[in-house]
Every structure is written in C-alpha cells, then in structure tokens.
Write a protein that binds this ligand. Structure first.
Ligand SMILES: [Zn+2]
Ligand SMILES: [Zn+2]
Length: 353
C-alpha cells in the first residue's frame, strides 16, 4: 500500500500551483480541495481536511509557506488593481534579476523588457504607464544598443501582454500586470526603491488608484481600498491630512495614480534614472542630463521652454536633433489623436513626494 502523509497535500498543491503560474483564489481553493480528496482516496485515515472557512484557508496557506520558507519561495497573493480579485502565485523572494521572465525570453528581449518596465516605473505624475510609441522608442533610446527593430519590439510587446507580464489599455498604454506586481516585486523593490508607491490602506505596491490632492500629502489608495475606506466613513476625508474628499474616485477633487494621471506631453521626454520627476524642473532635468544621454529625444515642448535660458540645449547634437524632430512630429500627431479620444481634461498636479 502507498504511504501517504498530511504533507502530501502540500506537495500536490505546490505542483499544481507551479504549473499554472498566477491563479485566482477560487481556483487555488478548488486545487486545495482536490489535493485533500486525492490524499484521502489513497488513505482515508490520514489526518487532512478541507473546509471553506477563510480561517482554514489562511492557515493552509501559512503551512504551505512554512514549508517553503527555507527555499525563499512564498505562495503570495495580490488583489488585482482593476478587478479587485485576489490572485495567487509562487514568488521567489530573492529573485531580483527577473529569473521568471528569463525562462521565456532571450537576453536582448529581457533587456527590452527591463527598458519598458523602467519607463513604466519612472513615468511622470505616477501614471505608471507608457504609450506604445514611447515603449517602441526604447529600442533605440537606451545606452545599450539593442539589436531589435521596432517591428520586432512590437511583436515582443504583444508577447509580454500575452504572457501576462504587461497590460495594454484600450488607449494603447502599457502598465504592469498583477503577475508582474507579484512575481517581479523583489526586482521592482531593489531596482526602483524610490519610485515604488505604497497604498495607505493595504501597504501593497500601487500603480492604479487615487492620490490625495493636497501638496506633499502621501496618501495613495487602490480603487478597491478607496471603496472599502469610503464605505466605513460618513464624512469622507483624507486619513493623513483630513482634506475633504469626493465620493467618486475619478472626481477632480482627487488625483489619479495610473493611466488617468497622464497629461499631455508626459511621454514626450524619455525618463532617465535620477532625473527629477516633479512638474517644474524641466530645465534642471536638462542640466542634469549626462553627456551620454544628450542624443536622446528632447521634445519641442521642453526645448521651447528652454529658449532664452543660458544655452543649455546647445550641447545637443545637431544631426540627431533633426532626425528626432521628424520622429517627434509623427509621434505628437498620434499622441494628439490618442489624447483626443480618451483623456480627461488635464489636471494640475501637486508635487509628489
Ligand atoms: Zn490598497
Ligand atoms: Zn491628504
């Protein structure tokens, strides 16, 4: 007779979960139930049980994680920022080098993936998203030359979406998926410690939701966390600065985190590490540009704002400037179309952080 033990439920469960990648809480619970049944079938006397009580589910997860502890793995969940559904995945807590992504892509493709993630993480005004134009521009914008054509990059972007690493909005902007927020969190934390923003309510990373409108107020909330917070309150105010808040998360009395925070021209300039992200220091950004970055695209908008300044933009390489201007015209036209379709009226944003 086959010897089975309570530990077999966990073993079966982990195998099933690993083969699926990210999965819904409901599916995870069904798998747990099946695993218990399988072990019971092998030996009815084994002391294992399934229950649909949340507390029992939580303690099962806890026991799974205790057994994974030494391996630096964790069966972890995140609430989807759009659907508010709870999703689970196996996460390597020490993976700050994108090992998960590396199994599906070659080094050039991973370099490109990192570059797109960078534009998402450094996006202005906490929009945590990048337009497809700006994403494609990364093919030639980075310091490392990527042997990728824009057509190849476009296919790759589609593949990042199909494999669940990126989301593509109706408007054509890319943002991080729940899978990325779960599985790539160690990488995001170690690479972008200053850009990661936490939800005031659940303390998880937030890339879509609301922000308090008061200058320098740090309050941020996922939409689902905002809704839960709102239900508990009779008078809705910011928990930190007590500013009166509207009931509607898309009201002008609140700022957006995520795509709704995009303003005209936000994608115009490629963001680079270490450059300020606040609204009023475009000139400073120019000053702080390193020589190696001077051939990167500068938008007409920003260049115009520098006219009359003390020749800061003269260091730009003339040839590349002309090339870029052509490209920029195209991009601007497309951007305008995009904006006309879906953008709410631009809001004045307070300086973040
Ligand atoms: Zn939250
Ligand atoms: Zn506030």
């Amino acid at each position: 007779m086959v010897q089975v033990s309570p530990g077999d439920v966990q073993r079966l469960f982990l195998q099933a979960v690993l083969s699926r990648g990210i999965l819904s809480e409901n599916l995870a619970k069904v798998i747990w139930k099946k695993c218990v049944e399988a072990v019971k079938t092998a030996d009815a006397d084994v002391d294992v049980s399934y229950s649909d009580r949340d507390a029992d589910w939580d303690s099962f997860i806890e026991s799974v994680n205790t057994s994974l502890n030494d391996l630096d793995f964790e069966f972890k969940s995140v609430q989807d920022e759009s659907s508010a559904k709870r999703l689970f995945a196996m996460v390597n807590r020490k993976d700050d080098e994108l090992a998960q992504v590396a199994t599906d892509y070659n080094p050039i493709e991973i370099t490109y993936f990192k570059a797109v993630v960078e534009q998402i993480m450094l996006a202005r005004n906490e929009s945590f998203s990048v337009s497809s134009l700006a994403a494609l521009r990364e093919v030639s914008a980075g310091k490392e030359k990527m042997n990728l054509t824009k057509a190849q990059a476009e296919v790759l972007l589609g593949s990042f979406v199909a494999n669940g690493w990126l989301l593509r909005s109706k408007r054509g902007r890319y943002s991080l998926s729940s899978r990325s927020l779960l599985e790539l969190l160690p990488y995001l934390k170690s690479t972008y410690p200053d850009e990661i923003v936490e939800c005031t309510i659940c303390h998880e990373i937030i890339t879509k939701g609301i922000a308090c409108k008061r200058d320098n107020c740090q309050t941020r909330m996922h939409y689902h966390c905002f809704n839960a917070y709102r239900r508990r309150k009779t008078a809705l105010t910011c928990p930190a600065c007590t500013l009166d808040w509207p009931q509607d998360p898309t009201d002008k009395g609140l700022l957006a985190v995520g795509e709704l925070a995009v303003r005209n021209g936000d994608d115009g300039k490629r963001q680079t590490r270490g450059s300020p992200v606040s609204d009023d220091d475009e000139e400073e950004e120019e000053e702080e540009d390193e020589p190696s970055q001077k051939t990167q695209a500068k938008r007409p908008r920003q260049r115009r704002s520098q006219q009359g300044k003390k020749g800061k933009s003269k260091k730009m390489d003339r040839d590349s400037e002309e090339e870029e201007e052509e490209e920029e015209k195209e991009e601007e036209e497309e951007e305008k179309e995009e904006e006309a379709e879906t953008t709410p009226p631009p809001r004045r944003r307070s300086t973040r952080r």
